[in-house]
Design a protein around this ligand. Structure first.
Ligand code: NAD
Length: 427
């Protein structure tokens, strides 16, 4: 099948490369010229394990990129909308980019003869595909709904494991208004060993939000339990290890720490809260999930102040800037509020991340960025561990570089050692 992918960020580039790997012909579309040039040169615009290899294999054969919507539409049978859906100032979903992409798709579709399916892969709140995307495409293409297909196909990949997750999904959900469009979208995944769950578009949209909100709830629950355990002198990891043995609960996402970040969990939970408010429902539990998450970073700084007192002028090493390991993505990283609070308190921040220094530099120019843990720790009065990078598990030898060996661990990476003052966030 011939596919066009609109938006070549994390989801678009990975989907495009993986659809090519599944044997489809793929044209990626973006408004960002530099991303198009990178893809056409076989260079991924974002870091994802395995993506570089897929681009090298398929670019020039089954995969290309362009800024020309019309070319992409004319040379494909199905278009996936993979543009961003950020939060607006109130935390509600901002559909501005989805609307712009839908309008451009509609304009290009106007000139096309024959059937074409538009699929929303961006995470959008229930009713968006039917009540926002469909009318915009109708208006700009001049076509009636029966002249083209519309479907919703949420994406569940994890950043850092995106290629693996796309090729080995635990679920594929296709929501469509009619069988024809849904059958075409489902057939694109026939090379994968996974059942396709068929629904209507609004159910597909809701499945994505419930998935992310449930995982975020598990994390905030674990953090709340962890905060209570810490006060009681109980090791919350021991508690959750036992609790997770219950098959109804499961062992995953029960690790307490500095909270969840990334481009999805915070904004998706907030968007579902916003949608609930729109229909007159007060989502008490979801609001608490966000509230607990927003308090965790400040607890890190609180523990630091408890030990050091006034931190003005103190050198604080922050290890880990990415929102999680194996990515350079810092969106909603818990390091951001921590660094902000440290700087607001007059501390000098020495930061290190194996991949994300460059991205964080765009937010905090006054932080000192280091290219190794050793160099970040040199002369530091304390160290905060913010991201679960594997290399942070064996730091014992480098703590000697610190002026004062105070370690505040936000990710349960280390154990107390005899030469360090070790403080766990929730344990
Ligand atoms: P992103 O911001 O990394 O990428 C979006 C891309 O769209 C950018 O390259 C941007 O230049 C491009 N774009 C903007 N306006 C455009 C337009 N009018 N036409 C064409 N391209 C345009 O976003 P992302 O992280 O890939 O997320 C995309 C969607 O997928 C979001 O709704 C997100 O919630 C969802 N999602 C993301 C993940 C993830 O792990 N990142 C996982 C599952 C679902």
């Amino acid at each position: 099948m011939r596919i066009s992918v609109i938006g070549t960020g994390y989801v678009g580039t990975v989907s495009g490369a993986c659809f090519a790997e599944l044997g489809h012909e793929v044209i990626c579309v973006d408004v960002d010229r530099s991303k198009i040039d990178q893809i056409n040169a076989g260079v991924p615009p974002i870091y994802e394990d395995g993506l570089s290899e897929l681009l090298k294999k398929h670019v020039g054969l089954r995969l290309s990129a362009t800024s020309d919507y019309e070319f992409a539409l004319m040379n494909s049978d199905v278009s996936f909308i993979c543009v961003g859906t950020p939060s607006d100032a109130m935390g509600n979903i901002d559909l501005g980019i989805v609307k712009a992409a839908s309008a451009s798709l509609g304009e290009a579709l106007k000139k096309k003869k024959g059937y074409h399916v538009v699929v929303v892969k961006s995470t959008v709140v229930p009713e968006t595909t039917e009540k926002v995307v469909l009318p915009i495409i109708e208006k700009h293409s001049g076509k009636r709904p029966e002249d083209f297909g519309i479907a919703m196909n949420p994406e569940f990949l994890r950043e850092g494991k995106a290629v693996h997750d796309f090729m080995n999904p635990d679920k594929i959900v296709v929501g469509s208004l009619d069988m024809r469009a849904g059958d075409i979208v489902a057939s694109l995944y026939s090379g994968l060993e996974c059942d396709v769950t068929r629904t209507n578009p609004r159910t597909a949209e809701m499945i994505k939000y419930v998935n992310n909100s449930f995982l975020a709830t598990k994390i905030s629950f674990a953090n709340e339990v962890g905060n209570i355990c810490k006060e009681l002198g109980i090791d919350t990891y021991e508690v959750m290890k036992a609790v997770g043995k219950d098959f109804r609960i499961g062992p995953h996402f029960l690790n307490s720490g500095a909270g969840f970040g990334g481009s999805c969990f915070p904004k998706d939970v907030k968007a579902l809260i916003g949608k609930a408010h729109e229909i007159g429902y007060e989502p008490l539990l979801l609001k608490s999930v966000i509230e607990v998450n927003e308090k965790q970073p400040s607890r890190m700084v609180g523990l630091l102040k408890n030990r050091l007192g006034n931190i003005s002028g103190k050198k604080i090493a922050v290890l880990g800037l990415a929102f999680k390991n194996d990515t350079d993505d810092i969106r909603e990283s818990r390091s951001i509020p921590v660094i902000k609070e440290l700087l607001d308190n007059g501390a000098k921040v020495l930061a290190y991340d194996p991949m994300a220094n460059g991205n964080m530099k765009k937010i905090f120019g006054s932080v000192e960025y280091h290219s190794s843990v050793e160099s970040a720790l040199r002369g530091a009065d304390a160290c905060l561990i913010m991201t679960e990078w594997d290399e942070f598990r064996s730091l014992d030898k480098v703590f000697g570089f610190m002026k004062n060996r105070l370690i505040i661990d936000g990710r349960h990476m280390l154990a107390p050692g005899k030469d360090i003052e070790y403080v766990g966030l929730c344990w």
